[in-house]
Design a protein around this ligand. Sequence first.
Ligand code: NAD
Length: 380
Amino acid sequence: MKIAVVKEIEVGERRVALVPDAVARLVKQGLEVWVEAGAGEGAYFSDAAYEAAGAHILEESTHLWQAADIVLKVRPPREREDGQHEVDLLRESSVLVSFINPLGDPHLVQRLAERKVTTLSMEMIPRTSRAQSMDALSSQASIAGYKAVLIAAAALPKFFPMLTTAAGTIAPAKVFVLGAGVAGLQAIATARRLGALVEAFDIRPAVKEEVQSLGAKFVEVQLEEETVAAGGYAKEISEAAKLRTQEVIAEHVKLADVVITTAQVPGKRAPLLVSEDMVAAMKPGSVIVDLAAEQGGNCAGTEAGKDVQRHGITLIGPINLPASMPVHASQLYAKNILTLLQYLIQAGAINLDFSDDIVDSTCITHDGSIRHQRIQEALE
Ligand code: NAD
């Protein structure tokens, strides 16, 4: 069985789906791994390192796509510079393993189904203990949370830690994190390591203990409705609950030097949590990093991929932060993919047992059809 690692073509994408160490493990299991020349360049993994790990290097990518039984990628397939779409390069009945953004781009899923490709979408790995080491959303979100704090610290015209110096005492920066999922918790931990005073808010009350265990204060809002959906994800809340949370958020945003927002609801636009008025009420020089910028933003006025100034506040809407730390992002992503492949490959062939929750959730196209009703509905 031939496994292919292709070079990412999206502008700014520096990650690669397998690192040499993961290649060596697959080769040891008797699998053939083909890597497109230069695929690891953006993450500082040379062709020579892949070759030393047992991979074959191929210059010509079209042939690689067509010869592969399994194609591994980071970003969803897209149109290439020569006008060909990557989906059309996939061989019928081959397997694609990649981030796909299935709910955000259901038409791509339809195209994959029409091409009769079996698609394993890394976003759809269930968030369960059993699948934890395959959970690429978590591995990449953790990088985004860490980097968001470093970006904020660099943009803030102040120190993060408290300092007692001969020239006077510096008060620690106040950081408010909105959304305490994987990215938010890593942001809290990073801001604490830099010495900031940290507060955090989430509509899922279950995260309170995790926030506190990281040394941050949990901002509580009593809501009289269920805020957690299936799989532990947040639900979209009612208008009344939104108003109630906004009142509390406003009080804490006003006092913060840095606000990091990470709130998301799967398949929906990110909730708007910080209004224009809240931004205007912050101290000049304060910084907001909106990690939900690509999903519409948690903050009014966020522009994805840009730093903007509003009311004296720097509002940063970074996109694809994991790609800015390509070495560890690729290492973790490769481990997620490796574990998934090792789980699925038996006796040299991929085994799709749809009664298994990992396979059932992750496989979004098979035998010419879309397997998930939610994706079908997103098409309508
Ligand atoms: P996410 O990226 O979907 O959202 C980020 C955070 O924003 C979440 O904590 C969410 O509750 C919060 N949020 C949504 N709407 C909000 C609002 N209006 N106001 C404030 N906060 C809001 O989340 P994620 O990091 O991908 O995690 C999603 C779920 O998956 C969580 O329950 C998490 O604990 C769970 N998870 C489980 C495992 C595992 O068991 N292996 C691994 C990772 C994540």
